[in-house]
Design a protein around this ligand. Structure first.
Ligand SMILES: Cc1cc2nc3c(=O)[nH]c(=O)nc-3n(C[C@H](O)[C@H](O)[C@H](O)COP(=O)(O)OP(=O)(O)OC[C@H]3O[C@@H](n4cnc5c(N)ncnc54)[C@H](O)[C@@H]3O)c2cc1C
Length: 544
């Protein structure tokens, strides 16, 4: 039987005292959070506090309001053994005669994506439950992680060490594997590109069960992003890290038309030396806010630190809207961790569609501390009628367009879907030279390393068009526009395109070639089959 050895960190037992080391540690963490004003940059969350059966145990994270997350086991030294099990399972698939295609065993309800992944019921599933941070190489500024590591783990690990990811998406639950195999973006993507652009290496189990380490010099490397797990099983990722500063100084600039927004945005994004973070939200065709941020070492003499995410405060998108209501620009200094998590509590603005009373001050005061609800939990308990509502009456789409199409894209969104707020996020698309993956070399680029400016216009919410809304018709209109201007659809949600149209949008040349030579075409479905709307109707499939 395994024994628990914990580091003794204070008095145990007696009335009102903690009953054991773990409880004591939890209380200390709560106290630490109070002392640091909720600023986890200053706390030591995640430190190793004990050993269970030879495995290190990290301190549990104390969430807002004192809710405690269960500790995860921390055993990076066992990575190789875990990968061997994945290889063994792939060999099993080969020995059984490759009867069906393969996919990861992660259930559809566990992902952040609205898809329910019906295909998992009929495919050969492979458990890829790899949740450890493996190594931080400070000399080369590389963080090596397993694919099921999520954003919250990365925040807890990197920020106290003075580092961050150049592109660190906003939701705690997003996983590195999902962000690499799908796509990931953040308000710094105009400097560093998409999430896959900050990756310098992938460890992958190929369909013949061979384990390979890939870098940008290898063609397979370039086919993993946007593949949705249809090239191989990803088992480790090398991510670049950069030094972080403790705060972000954020300027809020109200805008009063889409044109004004697009003009200001283009000016800021294409500056020789742009700010570190650019983000926008349009609350309607005639009101929006553009936010410009930079790292800061400390607040200035007359500046207050604003704790955005304290549980009883209004959610970030409501907070930002106050600058429009006051018709006034403003600047705030925000702890870095809280900046990254600004959309987490309200899952952008989708919380209000799930819990309509979430804005009431009493709700926030009494129950705000339990937020955000886990997306996985919400999906698990989702009833059929709610699923139908999301499938037919709720838009969740990202449209990635060349920057010069920003205004037109917002206008098309207004005409076809009228979903607000519209989220705006800048990014660049790279020419990757000899091996170009699903993203085509952007227009105007010739050599490797050159890039073009893009913007992600994201719609999450119920459509408010005045005419009767038809999801398929509206989406197909926008998709047609994207193909025309060299844009892309985010694809964590659904595509309504035909296979031919999808292939027109995403370049399949290298993808097809690699899948043929590695055997992936036989082992995995095409990415289109995972994201096509026609394959996802829950009603058709009958069950979840
Ligand atoms: C409400 C909402 C908000 C969002 N906000 C953001 C945001 O702020 N920033 C952002 O960048 N994105 C955001 N996204 C989109 C998000 O990027 C995608 O959903 C992304 O794919 C990550 O989700 P996930 O970690 O749940 O991955 P999953 O959906 O689990 O995985 C994505 C794909 O990768 C494959 N995959 C995962 N791991 C492996 C592996 N180890 N080997 C092989 N294949 C694998 C899966 O099979 C799947 O096809 C948001 C999505 C929603 C719905």
């Amino acid at each position: 039987m395994s024994t628990i050895h914990t580091k003794r960190i204070g008095p145990i037992g007696g009335y009102g005292r903690p009953r054991n080391d773990v409880e004591l540690m939890i209380r200390e963490k709560k106290a630490e959070r109070r002392e640091t004003g909720g600023d986890d940059n200053k706390s030591r969350v995640g430190e190793v506090v004990g050993v269970v059966g030879g495995r290190e145990i990290r301190a549990p994270r104390v969430a807002r309001g004192g809710a405690v997350e269960l500790p995860r086991t921390y055993a990076p030294q066992e990575h190789r053994e875990r990968v061997k099990k994945i290889q063994a399972r792939v060999r099993e698939w080969i020995d059984l005669g490759k009867q069906t295609k393969m996919c990861t065993a992660r259930p559809g309800w566990m992902t952040v994506s609205p898809r329910h992944a019906q295909y998992k019921k009929v495919m050969f599933t492979v458990e890829v439950d790899l949740t450890d941070i493996l190594e931080l190489d400070e000399d080369n500024k590389i963080l090596r992680v397993e694919p099921s590591v999520n954003i919250l783990q990365i925040l807890d690990y990197l920020l106290p060490r003075g580092y961050t990811l150049p592109v660190l998406p906003e939701l705690d639950e997003l996983t590195v594997g999902g962000l690499v195999n799908g796509y990931g973006i953040e308000s710094s993507s105009h400097k560093y590109g998409l999430f896959n652009d900050i990756c310098s290496g992938f460890e992958l189990v190929l369909p013949n069960a061979q384990l390979v380490n890939l870098g940008p010099e290898d063609p397979i490397f370039h086919t993993v992003p946007w593949s949705f797990g249809t090239v191989g099983f990803l088992t480790a990722i090398d991510l670049q890290v950069i030094p972080a500063q403790p705060y972000v100084r954020l300027k809020y600039i109200p805008v009063y038309s889409m044109r004004e927004c697009a003009e200001l945005w283009t000016h800021e994004q294409t500056k020789q030396v742009p700010v570190e973070f650019i983000e926008g939200m349009m609350y309607g065709p005639n009101e929006g806010v553009v936010m410009l941020g930079d790292f800061a070492e400390a607040p200035g003499p007359n500046e207050q630190v604003v704790h955005l995410n304290t549980w009883y405060k209004p959610y970030f998108y409501k907070h930002a809207k106050e600058f429009i209501d006051r018709r006034q620009e403003g600047t705030e200094v925000i702890p870095l961790r809280q900046y990254y998590q600004r959309h987490n509590r309200s899952i952008f603005w989708s919380l209000e569609d799930q819990i309509p009373v979430c804005h009431h001050w009493l709700f926030r005061l009494l129950l705000g501390w339990i937020l955000p609800p886990r997306v996985a939990f919400l999906k698990l308990i989702e009833s059929d009628s709610v699923t139908n509502f999301y499938e037919e009456k709720y838009v969740m789409q990202d449209f990635l367009v060349p920057l010069n199409c920003m205004l037109e894209t917002m206008e098309i969104c207004e005409k076809e879907i009228a979903v607000y707020p519209l989220w705006l996020c800048p990014h660049i698309m790279f020419n990757t030279g000899r091996y170009q993956g699903k993203i085509r070399a952007p227009q105007g680029t010739e050599k490797e390393g050159e890039y073009a400016h893009y913007v992600d216009v994201a719609a999450v919410g119920p459509p408010r068009v005045t005419h009767p809304f038809d999801m398929t018709k509206a989406m197909r209109t926008v998709e047609g526009y994207l193909r025309k201007v060299g844009g892309y659809q985010g694809n964590y949600s659904y595509t309504y395109q035909t296979r031919e149209e999808y292939r027109q949008m995403f370049d399949h040349t290298l993808y097809d070639e690699v899948r043929k030579t590695t055997g992936a075409a036989e082992a995995f479905p095409e990415s289109y089959d995972k994201v096509a709307r026609k394959n996802q109707w829950k009603k058709q499939a009958g069950t979840r």
